[in-house]
Design a protein around this ligand. Structure first.
Ligand code: S3P
Length: 436
């Protein structure tokens, strides 16, 4: 779907974000193998998290939604997942479809590796180009067997079995791979330890504690002992900070912006964006901090203002990986520009995000230098209204919608509907806070 986007004057107002995508996947998968009924409030509305639910249903998990009408406050929807217990999933005759979701295919591979039946799983065209060796490698060491296209790409055939615990050092920082191995570890004999080169988001470790798993955490490593039953529970998913990132950066593009975002997940392994923006001189304040199901949440207040510019490299990259497309857009409006290095992982996301960011910036008349592992984006550039393309990537769709708000004239965005992958209401919510 094509969408016309008019330049804006200002971003102001307040809103709540839909549930965090990363956390939603984890709650659904852990709920599926827990004992009893897990009830989730504010489950992500994105298509990726719906893919996880569909796959779980194909594996025999009963899932339903319930409308709750409290005496005070707005009605809301809850997701109910009837857990099947450890190793309780049922074989699926049909191939599972993870859609566009790397989290679904990689994390479910961990669970399925520990079930003694075979499963086929695939995804859309983009997912079929994304590397799976990174999960097949450790899960094979635990005892599972895999078949994959060219030994690396979906469709995958997973031959599950009784697994043995391993000690695994991740070669690439990846929360999806870490989570896949930890989920397999729940079903394995003995202990499974995952060591990370750089700390990545720790939602799986927190969720495992919430579900009563036998887990020990140290700095940059986690150990689970297999075989302990998980206990179903009630959980609320915080607002998605990676979705909030688009609105935060939009506000920073206009000097008189004033934006409040309520009940956003502020887990310290996710807030590198906020630190980076503050380091460039942004006014981003956190208010009303609280804890929700083991996760830190709070409100974010952003005001417009000048940004100096900066450099993203080394250990910083993992914490900012999903935010780099929108930071690249913001970089064009900073005083000194933005340099990005050590970010080859961007090339194996939903699209090659180094290429798709650069392509769209060039269409807007911006000068940008492409490197094998990043980008150099000079600051103080004009963004021209242009014909843009998401290339089917949700974060590129949202990043360049925001770029178009700061452009000189109208833009046209092809495949804008890609935003449904993580944030179906993105355009509606943006409309509520945008002054044209
Ligand atoms: C995610 C981890 C990151 C991130 C993705 C979600 C997760 O991927 O880019 O959007 O939920 O664990 P990698 O693990 O591939 O870095």
């Amino acid at each position: 779907m094509d969408r016309r986007i008019q330049p804006a004057k200002n971003i102001s107002g307040g809103l709540r974000l839909p549930g965090d995508k990363s956390i939603s996947h984890r709650y659904a998968m852990l709920g599926a193998i827990a004992e009893g009924e897990t009830v989730i409030r504010n489950y992500s509305t994105g298509a990726d998290c719906a893919s996880t639910l569909r796959c779980l249903q194909q594996l025999g998990v009963e899932i339903y939604r319930k409308q709750v009408k409290p005496e005070i406050g707005e009605p809301f929807e809850q997701l109910h997942i009837r857990g099947r217990g450890l190793r309780g999933l049922e074989p699926s005759r049909e191939t599972l479809d993870a859609g566009n979701s790397g989290s679904t295919i990689r994390m479910l591979s961990g669970l399925l590796a520990g079930h003694s039946f075979d499963t086929s799983i695939t995804g859309d065209e983009s997912l079929q180009r994304r590397p799976m060796k990174r999960v097949m490698e450790p899960l094979s060491q635990m005892g599972a067997r895999f078949e994959a296209r060219d030994g690396n790409y979906p469709p995958l055939r997973i031959h599950g079995t009784k697994l043995s615990g391993i000690h695994y050092e991740l070669p690439v920082p990846s929360a999806q791979v870490k989570s896949s191995v930890l989920l397999a570890g729940l079903l394995a004999d003995g202990e499974t330890t995952v060591v990370e080169p750089v700390q990545t988001r720790d939602h799986t470790e927190i969720a495992l504690q919430q579900f009563g798993a036998d887990i020990t955490r140290r700095r940059r490593s986690a150990t689970v002992r297999g075989g302990r039953a998980l206990k179903a529970r009630g959980l609320t998913v915080p607002g998605d900070l990676s979705s909030a990132a688009f609105f935060i950066c939009a506000a920073l593009l206009f000097p008189s912006s004033d934006l409040y975002l309520h009940d956003v997940g502020l887990n310290p392994t996710r807030t590198a964006l906020l630190d980076f923006l503050c380091g460039m001189g942004a006014s981003v304040k956190l208010l009303n901090l609280a804890e929700e199901s083991g996760e830190l949440i709070g409100d974010i207040h952003v005001s417009g203002g000048k940004l100096t510019g900066g450099r993203i490299e080394g250990e910083m990259v993992a914490g900012l990986i999903d935010e780099i497309p929108i930071l690249a857009v913001l970089g064009t409006q900073t005083e000194q520009g933005l340099s990005i290095r050590d970010a080859t992982e961007l090339r194996v996301k939903e699209t090659d995000r180094i290429a798709t960011v650069a392509d769209n910036l060039l269409r807007m008349g911006v000068s940008v230098e492409v490197r094998p592992d990043g980008l150099d984006i000079p600051g103080q550039q004009h963004l021209l209204g242009a014909e843009l393309d998401s290339f089917g990537d949700h974060r590129i769709a949202m990043a360049f919608t925001i770029a178009a708000l700061a452009a000189t004239t109208e833009s046209l965005l092809h495949h804008s509907d890609a935003a449904i992958i993580s944030f179906p209401d993105f355009f509606d919510r943006l409309g509520h806070i945008t002054e044209l």
